[in-house]
Design a protein around this ligand. Structure first.
Ligand code: NDP
Length: 374
C-alpha cells in the first residue's frame, strides 16, 4: 500500500468496502437440503432470508422470536387457534411478512400446511397444567411428534424444539417427564433437531415475577425453597434467533439459564422490596395442597394451580453439564435483580413518588428515601 500512488491509495479502501457491501447483498447461502437462500442486509422492509414457522407464538416466549425474525424481513408463519390471541404479532413485521394460519394440534393436515413452505420450524408449544381437552402427554409428546413428523416429511432445514429445564423421562413431575420423553421422540424422528431447555423465564408476561407480585400467589407447599437459575425471556428469544443463523447448532442441546441461582423465597424478597408491599404466603402441607390443586385444576376453567405445579415445587433445577449454554452462542445472560424495577414498577402504590433510577447505584440510594406526596 505504501508504494502505491496517492490517488490509488485513497480509492483502494473505498473499492474494497463497496466490493464487500456488494458481496453481502448478493450472498447466496445453500441450506442443508440444497435450497438457495439469499442473504440480505436485513431491515423491516427487506426481503428476508428465511421463512420460519413458529408454533406456540401466542405464548410468552413467542413474541420475542417472532419480533426478531419479522423485523429483519423474514416471513413468519404463525399457526394459531384463537383469533384474538395472535393479533399483537401482526405488527412485528412489514405488511405480509407475518402470515397467520389456523391449525389444530391433532390435525396433521393443518400442521403440514403450516410447515411445508418454511426452512425453519420452531416448536414453542407447552402447557403447565392439563386442560379438559389436552393432557400434558397430548401437548408435549403427541403434539411435538406430529410437528416433527411434518418437519421430516417436508425435509425442513432446521427444527428448533423448546423443551424445559429438568426435562427427564424419569422425573416425578409429569411436566418434566413428558418434556423429557418428547425430546427423545423428536430426535428419533428428526435427528438434526436443536433442543432448547430454558430455565424459568421472567419478563412482562411471566409466571414468576408477576405471580409473586400479585395477591393471588398465596399458597405454596415447599416454603418457596425450590432453587433455579431464572432467565430473561429476551435472552432466550435472542438465543433462538442466533441458533437459526448458525447451522452448527443443529443436533445440539442447549440449556439456557441465568447467571445466578435463587430460591423462590429469595425472588419473593426482591419483589416485595421493589413493590413496597409485603405479599403473604401460606405454606400448606403437600399432602393437602396437591390433591386440592388437582381438583381446582379440573373444576375451574381458568388457571390457578395444578397438582403437577405443586410437585415441581419440590424439584430443584439441575444443570446438564454436557449441554451447551449461552456462552456457546457468544451471549452473556442478564440477572433477574437488574430487571425487577423494569417489570414491577406498575405494582408500586401510586402514593409513592419514585423517579426512575438512572444507574444501579442511584437505584440503591433512591430506595432509602421514599417521598410520600399525600
Ligand atoms: P406459554 O404457556 O406462554 O405459551 C404456550 C403456547 O403453547 C401458546 O402459544 C399456546 O397456544 C400453545 N399451546 C398450548 N397448548 C396447546 C394446544 N393444545 N394446542 C395448540 N397450542 C397449544 O409458554 P411460554 O411461552 O412461557 O414457554 C414456551 C415454551 O417453553 C413452552 O414449551 C414451555 O413449556 C417452555 N418452558 C417455559 C418456561 C417458562 O418459565 N415460561 C420454563 C421452561 C420451559 P394458545 O395461546 O392458543 O393457548
Amino acid at each position: 500500500m505504501a508504494s502505491l500512488p496517492t490517488a490509488v491509495r485513497s480509492t483502494a479502501p473505498k473499492i474494497a468496502r463497496s466490493a464487500l457491501q456488494r458481496r453481502a447483498i448478493s450472498d447466496v447461502h445453500i441450506t442443508r437440503t440444497g435450497k438457495p437462500l439469499v442473504r440480505t442486509q436485513g431491515g423491516r422492509s427487506s426481503l428476508g432470508e428465511h421463512t420460519a414457522t413458529v408454533f406456540g407464538a401466542t405464548g410468552q416466549l413467542g413474541r420475542y422470536i417472532v419480533n426478531r425474525l419479522a423485523r429483519q424481513g423474514c416471513t413468519v408463519i404463525v399457526p394459531y387457534r384463537e383469533e384474538m390471541a395472535k393479533r399483537h404479532l401482526k405488527l412485528t413485521g412489514d405488511l405480509g411478512r407475518v402470515v397467520f394460519t389456523e391449525f389444530d394440534l391433532r390435525n396433521t393436515q393443518s400442521i403440514e400446511e403450516s410447515v411445508r413452505h418454511s426452512d425453519v420450524v420452531y416448536n414453542l408449544i407447552g402447557r403447565n397444567y392439563p386442560t379438559k381437552n389436552f393432557s400434558l402427554e397430548d401437548v408435549h409428546i403427541e403434539g411435538a411428534e406430529r410437528i416433527a413428523e411434518a418437519v421430516a416429511k417436508y425435509d425442513v432445514d432446521r427444527f428448533i424444539h423448546v423443551s424445559s429445564y429438568n426435562a427427564n423421562p424419569d422425573s416425578t413431575s409429569e411436566f418434566f417427564a413428558t418434556k423429557g420423553y418428547a425430546e427423545r421422540v423428536v430426535r428419533e424422528i428428526f435427528p438434526e433437531t436443536t433442543i432448547v431447555r430454558p430455565a424459568p423465564m421472567f419478563g412482562f408476561e411471566d409466571k414468576l415475577l408477576l405471580k409473586l407480585a400479585s395477591v393471588t400467589n398465596l399458597f405454596t407447599a415447599n416454603n418457596m425453597q425450590e432453587r433455579y437459575w431464572p432467565v430473561h425471556v429476551i435472552d432466550v428469544g435472542e438465543a433462538l434467533e442466533k441458533m437459526l443463523f448458525d447451522d452448527n447448532t443443529a443436533s445440539q442441546t442447549f440449556e439456557l439459564y441465568g447467571p445466578r441461582n435463587y430460591s423462590t423465597a429469595e425472588i419473593a424478597e426482591l419483589v416485595d422490596r421493589e413493590i413496597y408491599k409485603k405479599r403473604r404466603h401460606i405454606n400448606v402441607p403437600k399432602a393437602i395442597l396437591k390433591p386440592t390443586a388437582g381438583l381446582l385444576n379440573r373444576v375451574l376453567w381458568w388457571d390457578i394451580m395444578s397438582a403437577d405445579e405443586v410437585e415441581r415445587e419440590f424439584i430443584d433445577q439441575v444443570i446438564d453439564p454436557s449441554a451447551k449454554t449461552f456462552k456457546d452462542l457468544g451471549m452473556e445472560p442478564s440477572d433477574i435483580s437488574k430487571w425487577t424495577y423494569h417489570y414491577l414498577k406498575g405494582f408500586r402504590s401510586s402514593t409513592f413518588y419514585d423517579l426512575p433510577p438512572a444507574t444501579e447505584k442511584e437505584m440503591r440510594e433512591e430506595k432509602k428515601y421514599i417521598h410520600v406526596l399525600d
